[in-house]
Design a protein around this ligand. Structure first.
Ligand code: FPP
Length: 255
């Protein structure tokens, strides 16, 4: 059993860290990081303070995922719908990747983490795109945890674009309609090259997917927690993985 013993000075509450068994670690964990705004409001603070503390939770989740031996951690950092928020908040959210990477990239490199990005990245502000590109470039040969940021990601747009691409191939005569397969569709998704998430986590008590990995999450195990994203840490990731290990995945078949 991998059991994490936290020293007393790091313990924030008396809850024990969940026990995670050695095998059956989910390969790909995807997280809808929700509740930054409500966390801030509860403390009487501006929403952006919630987002900045959300960034700290990104670090905790990354360290815990690495420690557990998870191969891919996908984090929903900005959706195609988030542009509807006030400009100040959007600008702040778009500055966070740069801030996070300025603070953490060296440590990510040291931990052999490979940074990736998934989304409609052509719409990102140049400074956000450049910071991500630099991190991707500097970590591209790393072989450890893949830290995949979903930035300006929207599943319906992703599916629409994939359909358009395949339709063009059908029109060109390079693909016959009867040869279209699920694998071909997966390969045309923004997540191409990554396995589907085994475990999908959402914080803040909301029970929906919010346009996140709709195709890829067909057989993901879902885990919801009421806590807000800025409170998320090692304990919650261990709890989610321990619960995942108790589930039986049947993919529509029989166990
Ligand atoms: C949803 O909470 C959260 C977001 C839209 C942004 C998520 C971004 C982070 C956690 C920081 C990302 C950090 C990096 C390094 C990219 P909400 O604001 O909708 O919360 P609410 O529903 O309580 O208002």
């Amino acid at each position: 059993m991998i059991k994490l013993f936290q020293p007393w000075w790091k313990k924030r509450n008396s809850q024990p860290t969940a026990e995670v068994a050695d095998g059956n670690i989910p390969k790909h964990v995807a997280i809808i990081m929700d509740g930054n705004g409500r966390w801030a409001r509860r403390l009487g603070l501006p929403r952006i303070v919630g987002h900045r503390n959300g960034m700290k939770a990104v670090k905790r989740a990354t360290i815990a995922a690495d420690e557990l031996g998870i191969s891919i951690l996908t984090l929903y950092a900005f959706s195609t719908e988030n542009w509807k928020r006030p400009k100040d908040e959007v600008d702040f959210l778009m500055s966070l990747p740069q801030e996070f990477l300025a603070l953490e990239l060296d440590e990510l490199i040291e931990k052999n983490v490979q940074v990736q990005m998934m989304g409609h990245t052509e719409d990102l502000p140049p400074h956000t795109f450049a910071a991500m590109q630099e991190a991707i470039e500097r970590t591209k040969n790393n072989t450890g945890l893949i830290l995949n940021f979903a930035l300006n990601y929207g599943s319906r747009r992703e599916i629409t674009e994939s359909v358009k691409k395949i339709a063009r191939e059908v029109k060109d005569g390079t693909v016959a309609p009867e040869d279209i397969t699920e694998e071909m569709i997966s390969l045309n998704m923004l997540s191409s090259g990554l396995p589907d998430p085994d475990l999908l986590i959402r914080t803040s008590g909301e029970l929906r997917l919010s346009n996140f990995m709709l195709w890829q999450a067909a057989y993901s195990e879902l885990w919801f927690t009421d806590i807000y994203w800025p409170e998320f840490g090692r304990q919650q990731l261990y709890e989610a993985v321990a619960e995942y290990q108790r589930r039986t995945r049947r993919y529509g078949g029989l166990s």
